[in-house]
Design a protein around this ligand. Structure first.
Ligand SMILES: [Zn+2]
Length: 434
């Protein structure tokens, strides 16, 4: 399979390290000079960009978190005037607390470059017809991949999400060769094909690129079997750019993170200590080329590990292990990013009391399911059953309005939870168990 940018992707390690260091210093300077948040942060912590002489020195700089971005909405993290911003996306489509992400024309060029590398690495070329079944809109998935596929010369069919039967008709009629979607949406397509007795041999599909939610090797195998394709993983974080931060090559032994644009670290999610290559922990990324919104040591919440061993494909760029799960502050279900605190706030508002709850995500033939478990509490339901049913339907209604799908809401006995005051997981993700 091809290499999109030989000079950059097969670059010698030493030369790559030099580029990383130069760009890191430029990024630190851009941030300190143009973003008041970083100016203050560096001043308080005595960080002088010129003193950051190696990637190791980065550990002296405190992390940037999503909360920081939320605090400074909408444009507080922009390092350029608004007139230089060419495009805006949001980091979460429909839940509350969205974060604005801006792109200068150069940021878009780099985005297209990162995506073209991934598409080329999995064998897509100008003869391919790419059906993009990610949501188009404020979410960066649809438009980002659209731009990347067009940039590298493929033919783009921008179907977005929606009627699954229509997706299949388009694949059949227009001889789609590549499908881009969330893995759960691909499973839904496979399910409807089987229901309507449509054999995968009737499709022209050869490969698929799937991402925006965690998925297992088992799901990969099932998608490949059902659609008769090779399935590849792509990774992105909207706050950092969108899809294309990392992606698999044909060897599928981890996702190459484009180190000339993104500098990865793995840290202990509890202590924040930097971990050695190979250790599992939270991915922290510093952007190296972003003009609009440089982020320094941004905590992604994604749990993975990092290897610098040379890949059989020849690319020098480090590889991330496939993301197995996220820290429990947010979770992606059916392509929608759900922030646990948003659910918590909704429940608090409704009950005017803190309630114990748990979000359980599972997956079946139809796709992902979200179940919201709420503890039955005498104080909450002092009156009668009518109130219980009313609350169940109100919560379901409220949430489905935000999520664009309907979750199940269930009231459970206090025995489901540990004794009050004991920590328990707010999110249980069972998607990787099967
Ligand atoms: Zn590779």
């Amino acid at each position: 399979m091809g290499v999109w940018n030989t000079d950059r992707e097969l670059i010698e390690r030493e030369e790559l390290d030099q580029i990383i260091l130069e760009r890191l210093q430029a990024t630190l300077n851009r941030a300190i000079n143009n973003v008041p948040f970083y100016h203050g942060l560096f001043a308080r912590n005595g960080v002088v960009p010129e003193h950051v002489r190696s990637v190791r020195d980065l550990a002296k700089i405190p992390f940037t978190t999503r909360d920081h971005l939320v605090e400074h909405q909408p444009y507080g993290f922009f390092a350029v005037p608004l007139r230089d911003i060419a495009r805006i996306h949001l980091s979460s489509g429909t839940t509350g607390r969205p974060v604005v992400v801006g792109y200068t024309p150069n940021d878009r060029v780099h985005w297209a470059e990162c995506l073209s590398r991934i598409l080329c690495a999995i064998g897509i070329d100008s003869s391919d017809i790419v059906q993009i079944s990610f949501a188009y809109g404020m979410f960066s998935g649809g438009f980002g991949l659209d731009m990347g596929a067009e940039h590298m010369g493929a033919t783009v069919i921008p179907v977005s999400v929606g009627d699954v039967e229509q997706q299949i008709r388009i694949m059949l009629d227009y001889h789609t060769t590549c499908l881009f979607s969330t893995p759960s949406y691909a499973m839904q397509i496979a399910h409807v094909m089987a229901k309507n007795d449509i054999q995968s041999q009737r499709l022209s599909l050869k490969r698929g690129l799937f991402g925006a939610e965690p998925w297992s090797e088992e799901v990969r195998y099932r998608i490949e079997e059902a659609l008769g394709i090779a399935a590849y993983d792509i990774y992105g974080i909207s706050e950092l750019m969108g899809p294309g931060v990392a992606g698999e090559c044909e060897h599928r032994c981890g996702l190459h993170i484009w180190e000339d644009h993104f500098l990865p670290e793995i840290v202990d999610p509890q202590t924040g200590a930097t971990l050695e290559p190979g250790a599992e922990g939270e991915l922290v990324v510093t952007t190296l080329t972003r003009e609009s919104m440089p982020l320094i040591r941004y905590r992604t919440g994604d749990i993975t590990s990092l290897t610098y061993e040379r890949c059989p494909c020849g690319r020098t760029h480090a590889r991330l292990a496939r993301i197995r799960n996220r820290k429990t502050d947010s979770i992606i279900v059916r392509g929608v990013n759900i922030y646990v605190r948003d659910v918590e706030e909704l429940l608090k508002r409704m009950f005017e009391l803190p309630v114990r709850y748990q979000l359980v995500v599972s997956r079946d033939e139809q796709g992902d399911n979200l179940e919201v478990l709420i503890e039955v509490n005498e104080q909450l339901f002092a009156d009668e059953l009518r109130s219980y049913q009313h609350r169940e339907s109100t919560i379901r209604h409220e949430l489905s309005g935000r999520l664009s799908f309907e979750p199940t809401v269930r009231f459970v006995e206090p025995s489901h939870f540990p004794p009050p005051g004991v920590k328990y997981p707010r999110v249980v993700d069972m998607r990787n168990n099967g």
